[in-house]
Design a protein around this ligand. Structure first.
Ligand code: NAD
Length: 283
């Protein structure tokens, strides 16, 4: 069997057309969706992510500002900056690029963002709303995965989904969203015993581990849907996921590649959330 490829780049492109249309409609009503991105310090990868986010805003006709703060920024300075953006009517989404320098408490920063502008979906209020099935900003990568599954016509109700990884930004929330869509969910993590025993039962397998080629053919059931969240570099410095693509795609029914899989959906859902926030600001 050779798996069908879930092309995240194409699905993201389709979603971006819809988002650009919504931006146009909002502008006609006098509101331009605005995203503020705060970058603290000199993390090279963070700078690349931030630049991509700004470029996408521009591409979709949205307003964006980048606030750069030095490595030695204090927690108080950052919190003051966020407070200012919470009250800025031109800004509908606030994103603080993680990781932050060690003198700053990430949790305090996330909690300082007004929940109605928390387009990353990391604020405990949004997480709690998601958990209880209420209207919330959903974290962008998990949300992007749900859109990939939906756009690929994959039904979730009654399916067994196995999530490998339990981070607050990917593993935990994607499992919760799958549960909200009536999947039976198993979480696996670094302390799980006999990982292949669990993953082999998955109709839908989500790999969010951060180890190149971690999920191999022995972990996958014939015909399973395999979603590879990992963004890693292999020994040759080439971008790769958590899944050994060549061997797993021989067994799986559907698979996301890396690149052009989950990655392009993350920024797309960030834009989507920002536009929804702008919409809510005039409702
Ligand atoms: P993380 O390091 O916070 O979490 C990794 C998880 O993997 C942990 O919960 C841990 O328990 C689990 N794990 C580690 N070793 C394991 C093992 N031997 N067996 C089973 N589980 C194990 O990482 P994260 O932030 O969730 O990111 C995971 C991967 O996804 C990384 O490669 C990251 O770069 C990528 N990522 C991609 C996107 C995207 O937009 N595509 C977004 C966020 C993260």
């Amino acid at each position: 069997m050779t798996a069908k490829i879930i092309n995240g780049k194409d699905i993201a492109a389709k979603k971006k057309i819809e988002i650009a249309q919504e931006v146009k409609q909002l502008k006609a009503k006098g509101v331009t969706p605005g995203l503020a991105v705060i970058l603290v310090g000199n993390n090279h990868a963070s700078r690349t992510y931030v630049t991509n986010k700004q470029k996408t805003c521009e591409e979709l006709g949205m307003y964006s500002i980048l606030i750069e703060m030095p490595e030695e920024t204090t927690e108080e300075e950052l919190l003051t900056k966020i407070k200012g953006l919470n009250g800025d009517t031109k800004i509908h989404g606030i994103l603080v690029q993680l990781p932050l320098p060690k003198q700053i408490d990430e949790k305090k920063v996330i909690e300082a963002i007004a929940p109605e502008k928390d387009v990353d979906g990391f604020h405990p209020i949004n997480i709690g709303r998601m958990l209880t099935g209420q209207n919330a900003f959903l974290p962008c990568t998990p949300y992007g995965i749900m859109v990939l599954l939906e756009e690929s016509g994959i039904s979730l109700s009654g399916k067994h989904a196995v999530v490998v990884g339990r981070s607050n930004i990917v593993g935990k929330p994607v499992g919760q969203l799958l549960l909200n869509h009536n999947a039976t969910v198993t979480y696996c993590h670094s302390k799980t015993k006999d990982l292949p025993f669990h993953t082999k039962q998955a109709d839908i397998l989500i790999a969010a581990v951060g180890i190149p080629n971690f999920i191999t053919a022995e972990h996958v059931k014939e015909g399973a849907v395999v979603i590879d969240v990992g963004i890693n570099r292999n020994e040759e410095g080439k971008l790769c996921g958590d899944v050994a693509f060549n061997e797993v795609s021989e067994i799986a029914g559907f698979i996301t590649p890396v690149p052009k899989g989950v990655g392009p959906m993350t920024i797309t859902m960030l834009m989507y959330n920002t536009v929804q926030s702008a919409k809510q600001s005039i409702e």
